[in-house]
Design a protein around this ligand. Structure first.
Ligand code: PSV
Ligand code: MN
Ligand code: MN
Length: 392
């Protein structure tokens, strides 16, 4: 049995949730580039996500962002997704694109605006009831631009009260994941800037509140795998928004900027027991999601490449010889321990993965299979007037 054969079964069932918004047109504040064939409806976004799953077997669920993905009948949307072989996943709240939220949403100084933002989250929970989604993801653009603009301490208190109201509306099998980000769109301070603040809030809420770690939301040089290790140790790592970045919140293809960092993160996820399906109680099992935009490359191959990158680094992380690593660590063999880790990282698993995919009835090379499938030209011919992703 090869080393790869020994870990192959652990790749079975790996699931990476796709963001509906990755399929729409996107860009920066300088320019949104339109692409032919982009989805015009939520259903078309789901169809594109289903294509990624069909070719990779890695992406069984699609996250929705509300109100970007608003429909009349969410149960019908779920049935539509199921018909294409995928399901609906995390419901993302959006309290950042309404004039009322200029000074904040859940932290706003005006109670009426806070009430409106809480109402939005409660509406999202109703959507979760219809879609059967487990996770409500809350990311807030709340913050201030200038010192003294608002009382940063009071904002924490308002946030705690609002989150408690939202959390109380969840059913036993639903979770709240609170995403942090240290800057943008607010530039002086944000109200949930770091994992510690997110942790403080979710710990106060209860067992079904967890931290969401978006890999693009840290200061350059931050040791993200350390945060992963700590949150798993505390039982509070709920989910990832994966993407990669060179400078800011670039939302590039995960693993593109720094595959070694992705490897190190997944090593810690496995080490901390966060890899694999959730327990029956649904309280553990870290959700892998993508939060990306494909501004200049085609969307569907961008998503295929992304899930393959995660799979590839997962395979390498699973190959880590934990016994040899532990032995080297215990004897203080600094370079020996580092070598064991690097051996796993440098293992080229691409040929093994291709053969493994084929043995499971999937294309050996999903990127090529997509290029040859004719799907891209079909959607480019059929869809005229595609919509912009909610985020640009
Ligand atoms: C904010 O930068 C963020 O990472 C949040 O997850 C939003 O929901 C998402 O981006 C929108 O793309
Ligand atoms: Mn995110
Ligand atoms: Mn982001």
């Amino acid at each position: 049995m090869t080393k790869f054969d020994a870990i192959a079964s652990r790749l079975e069932g790996q699931a990476i949730e796709l963001p509906s918004w990755a399929f729409g047109n996107s860009g920066t504040r300088f320019k949104v580039f339109g692409q032919p064939g982009v989805p015009r409806t939520v259903e078309e976004k789901i169809a594109d996500a289903a294509k990624v799953h069909e070719l990779t077997g890695l992406a069984p669920t699609v996250a929705l962002h509300i109100p970007w993905d608003t429909v009349d009948d969410y149960a019908a949307l779920k049935a539509y997704a199921n018909g294409l072989g995928v399901d609906l996943g995390t419901i993302n709240t959006n309290t950042f694109q309404d004039d009322d939220y200029k000074l904040g949403s859940l932290t706003h100084p005006d109670a009426a605006i806070r009430k409106k933002a809480v109402r939005h989250a409660l509406d999202c929970i109703e959507i979760m009831d219809a879609t059967g989604s487990r996770d409500l993801k809350v990311w807030l653009a709340d913050g201030t631009n200038y010192p003294g603009q608002d009382d940063i301490r009071s904002r924490q208190d308002r946030l705690a009260d609002a989150l408690a109201e939202i959390y109380a509306a969840l059913s036993d099998d639903q979770r709240l994941v609170l995403e942090y980000k240290f800057f943008e769109p607010a530039f002086y301070h944000t109200d949930v800037p770091d994992w510690g603040t997110s942790y403080a809030h979710v710990a106060a809420l209860g067992d079904r509140a967890m931290v969401c770690l978006d890999t693009g939301h840290h200061a350059p040089g931050t040791n993200i795998e350390f945060i992963v290790a700590q949150l798993l140790r505390l039982g509070k790592l709920g989910s990832f928004d994966f993407n990669s970045r060179f400078y800011a919140d670039d939302d590039l293809i995960v693993g593109a900027a720094d595959p070694f960092q992705l490897f190190r993160i997944i090593v810690e996820v496995i080490r901390g027991g966060g890899y694999g399906p959730a327990n029956p109680d649904g309280h553990s099992g870290v959700a892998f999601m993508l939060d990306q935009c494909h501004n200049i490359e085609k969307k569907i191959p961008g998503q295929i490449r992304s899930v393959l990158n995660v799979q590839e680094m997962t395979a390498r992380a699973l190959l880590l010889d934990r016994e040899a690593l532990g032995a080297a660590q215990d004897t203080g063999d600094v370079l020996g321990a580092n070598e064991v880790l690097m051996d796993a990282f440098y293992t080229d698993v691409r040929a093994d993965l291709a053969a493994w995919r084929e043995s499971r009835g999937l294309p050996a090379d999903p990127m090529r299979a997509y290029a040859e499938s004719g799907y891209q030209s079909q959607i480019e011919n059929e869809r005229v007037g595609g919509t912009q992703a909610g985020w640009s």
